[in-house]
Design a protein around this ligand. Structure first.
Ligand code: ADE
Length: 229
């Protein structure tokens, strides 16, 4: 079984590389890909760099060049749902692009012709995630994650995203990964731990909690992996 684990920033994958300890590094397309064997899994780990274009490129490479048959994403997000607090875990039930806008032609936000607004996460991976949470005694929330090429640090914008997409959290890569995986028929799972509330204080909170929330997410993904071997 070949599995890929992806993050957007180096902080998001470092806890995983530290946990596994040994890996080979391959340079490709201006990026680094870390491969290793874990039990019966051939694992490739990479961070894409921030944003939808980088995320789509990396997801495509993980699938087409490294042969990933499942893709797990680990990282941080801004909370949109007030019930989510710093360090909480949220799994995407589905994902949408909040900054995709051709509404002038009568389409809904997040939609382009021959595509759809929401892409659903793989049901089997979501089930494994909930079993993992139960086994660890952790709370794992599930909800819509909205993705865009903007760091949201504004209450009004956050409210708009919440109302338009019924979103629980926002970040900058998930939907790009989801669209690539759906098109290439690769089951995917997007996990985020909250680093900020996407409000006026978000820039400060993000810097403060990036490392700790990244570790919470990465530790959970590692535990999930143990249930997949
Ligand atoms: N990732 C973490 N926090 C975020 C925010 N407030 N906006 C976009 N992406 C994020």
């Amino acid at each position: 079984m070949k599995i890929a684990i992806m993050g957007a920033m180096v902080e998001e994958i470092t806890p995983l590389l530290e946990k596994f300890g040994h890996y080979e590094t391959t340079q490709f397309a201006d990026n680094k890909f870390y491969t290793l064997k874990y039990k019966n899994i051939n694992l490739t780990i990479a961070y894409s760099k921030i944003g939808k274009v980088n995320a789509a490129l990396t997801a495509g490479i993980l699938i087409n060049r490294f042969g990933a048959q499942k893709l797990l994403f680990s990282g941080v997000a801004g909370a949109v749902d007030e019930a989510l607090h710093i360090g909480d875990l949220i799994a995407a039930s589905s994902l949408a692009q909040h900054d995709l806008d051709i509404t002038v032609f009568g389409h809904p936000y997040g939609f382009v012709p021959e595509s759809k607004v929401f892409i659903k996460s793989d049901e089997k991976l979501l089930k494994i995630a909930h079993e993992t949470a139960d086994a660890l005694g952790l709370t794992l929330k599930e909800g819509v994650i909205a993705t865009g090429d903007q760091f949201i640090c504004d209450g009004a914008k956050k409210e708009w995203i919440k109302e338009t997409f019924n979103a629980s959290a926002i970040e900058m890569e998930g939907a790009a990964v989801a669209f690539v995986c759906e098109a290439l028929r690769v089951p995917f799972f997007i996990l985020r731990s909250i680093s900020d509330a996407a409000d006026a204080q978000a820039g400060f909170d993000f810097n403060e909690f990036l490392q700790s929330s990244s570790k919470i997410s990465a530790d959970f993904i590692a535990a999930m992996l143990d249930r997949m071997v």
